[in-house]
Design a protein around this ligand. Structure first.
Ligand code: C2E
Ligand code: MG
Ligand code: MG
Length: 543
């Protein structure tokens, strides 16, 4: 149910975001596209005007080429036909020393006056110039002057009235205007259906076009809302694509969110919520069978009661930087649980494990010192076990750390001795006070004479350097006999007891102390229930 909700919300959130993104992208795209369109329209207006002027020049040059650009009856006839053939040209006339002859003498265009008085603007072609004029009805027109010779010029009147009429798209026509200026600001053509609605504050943009050949410039203006509203309808496929993307992205996010947390996250939570607990495995003196200490072993007890092995989570804790958190959890939990026992049993030792990387890490001794203080444990009872399974890279530093710990009263043990990469060098140089012989050698000590030789060697070196020897993983009473014979002083293993919770360990110690010796059930295992009464029991076959 929760999963469905997570998926649903993820898809909904993705849809909202993706539709928003699609809308923004579409808007930006449309705005850019519209701007380009308006720019093109402004240029198109200029091109049209150029084209109309070109037509007039061509008409005049054709008349000139056929010798009919002259004030003769034949010439006037030809000029009349040329004007009649072109919709853009209103009239053509020839000015010769103030005298004018024209095709349509009856038209009411004040041509001569305009030609004589209006300012002229030269084109790139020096023979051509332009002037603006209006007809009697007030419609703008353009005079195209072609200088034929000294005092003689042909002038074509080009109608610019309808030139811009269909330039503006119908959808924005009522909110835009366009005009063409001759020179700086003389309007020669305009189409201004939206001028009334074009308050300058609402003008989105001005678009301009200029002519290379003639002194003409166009200017298109459009209302802001009309500009951004043009072509605004979003095609259906965009919405469909956004919808499909929302389902895909939403499902992926949903999958990500409803994914079970990683083991690292779980371990972090476990440390925080107190699911990492110490278990206690007793260590006995092989000589007296008395419990002389215990090893704290980390257990991850999940809320559902399942237990995760340290073999699984200790490497993870080390690689994810949570190993100090595990150490803190173990020591702070063990402290109060062992407080009474330690007070009653002045010789009881408490060992706990650290990895070489932890041991060699910056500030380890200081951190440990503070932690011990906080846990209430006594430094004089503590033994730090450093495993030899992993390489101890910097033996010189390891030696310094050991010395610093011993200075504080804390002992150091080499754990899993014999398995490591360091050979005997760790034993000889570290300055530890205890060697824990790995289960591997305890397993073979009864049956394999080579293993026995290795154990013997470890015991010899340990003795030489004044270190205690502890055998790990004792499962059979035969192993006890051989280990004792080889001079191993202490032992721990399932034969004696598995790692147990604090309460059980306390009972084991109390029973042991009641009897003055280790009490045992048949099979050599310590009882898990308190012994009610009766004579003290011994581990059968141990002596
Ligand atoms: P270790 O320090 O060598 O601990 C001894 C391991 O051997 C423990 O396994 C213990 O339960 C097991 N063991 C003891 N006696 C017997 C036996 O007779 N037979 C067998 N088959 N096993 C026996 P555990 O508790 O699973 O711990 C495994 C390793 O995880 C430890 O090896 C230690 O290296 C590491 N570890 C445990 N707790 C911590 C911790 O708090 N911090 C760090 N850094 N490492 C820890
Ligand atoms: Mg250990
Ligand atoms: Mg070990």
């Amino acid at each position: 149910m929760k999963r469905i909700l997570v998926y649903g919300l993820s898809i909904l959130a993705s849809a909202v975001i993706l539709f928003g993104v699609a809308q923004s992208i579409h808007r930006a795209f449309v705005d850019t596209w519209n701007e380009r369109q308006f720019e093109e329209l402004a240029v198109r207006a200029i091109t049209r005007m150029e084209f109309a002027i070109d037509l007039a020049v061509i008409a005049m040059s054709e008349l000139s080429a056929s010798g009919k650009l002259a004030c003769t009856s034949q010439g006037e006839e030809a000029i009349r036909s040329a004007v009649f053939a072109s919709s853009a040209i209103k009239d053509i006339f020839i000015m010769n020393g103030g005298e004018a002859c024209r095709a349509f003498a009856e038209s009411d265009l004040q041509l001569e006056t305009a030609a004589a008085n209006k300012p002229r603007y030269g084109a790139r072609n020096a023979q051509i110039s332009l002037f603006s004029m209006t007809d009697n009805a007030g419609h703008p027109a353009l005079g195209v002057v072609w200088t034929l010779g000294e005092g003689t010029e042909a002038i074509a009147i080009v109608s610019t009235d309808a030139l811009l009429f269909d330039i503006l798209p119908a959808a924005v026509r009522d909110y835009a205007d366009i005009r063409i200026d001759l020179g700086a600001s003389t309007v020669v053509a305009s189409y201004e259906p939206g001028t009334g609605r074009l308050a300058e504050s609402e003008v989105a943009k001005h678009f301009r076009g200029t002519s290379d050949r003639y002194p003409l410039a166009s200017r298109l203006r459009i209302n802001e809302r009309a500009s951004s509203g043009w072509n605004r309808e979003r095609p259906l496929f965009i919405d469909i694509a956004a919808f499909i993307a929302a389902i895909i992205v939403g499902s992926l996010i949903g999958k990500l969110l409803s994914r079970p947390p990683s083991l690292t996250d779980e371990l972090k939570n476990a440390i925080r919520s107190g699911e990492i607990k110490p278990y206690f495995q007793p260590i006995i003196s092989l000589g007296s069978n008395e419990i002389v200490g215990c090893e704290l072993l980390a257990r991850w007890i999940r809320r559902d009661g399942t237990m995760v092995s340290p073999a699984e989570f200790i490497p993870l804790a080390e690689n994810s930087g949570l190993i100090d958190g595990v150490m803190e959890a173990i020591l702070t939990d063990a402290g109060p649980q062992l407080a009474n026992l330690i007070a009653e049993r002045p010789s009881l030792k408490v060992s706990f494990n650290v990895t070489p990387r932890q041991f060699l890490g910056e500030g380890f001794v200081t951190r440990l010192g503070a932690l011990i203080l906080q846990s209430g444990l006594s430094r004089a009872r503590l033994v730090v076990e450093v495993t030899e399974r992993q390489q101890i890279d910097d033996m010189a530093r390891a030696r310094t750390v050991t010395a610093e710990l011993r200075e504080l009263g804390i002992q150091v043990a080499i754990d899993d001795a014999g398995t490591g990469h360091n050979g005997l060098s760790a034993l000889q140089t570290l300055g530890a006070s205890c060697v824990k012989i790995d289960k591997l050698f305890v397993d073979g000590v009864v049956t394999d004479h080579r293993t026995r030789t290795i154990v013997e060697m470890l015991v010899t070196v340990a003795r030489e350097f004044g270190m205690t020897t502890v055998a790990e993983g004792i499962e059979h009473s035969e192993q006890v006999a051989v280990l004792k014979a080889l001079g191993v002083q202490e032992g721990q293993g399932f034969l004696i007891s598995r790692p147990v919770p604090a309460a059980e360990f306390r009972e084991q110690v109390n029973r042991s102390s009641l009897a003055g010796k280790v009490v045992a059930l048949e099979g050599g295992r310590l009882p898990t229930a308190p012994a009610q009464s009766g004579p003290p029991m011994r581990l059968s076959g141990w002596r």
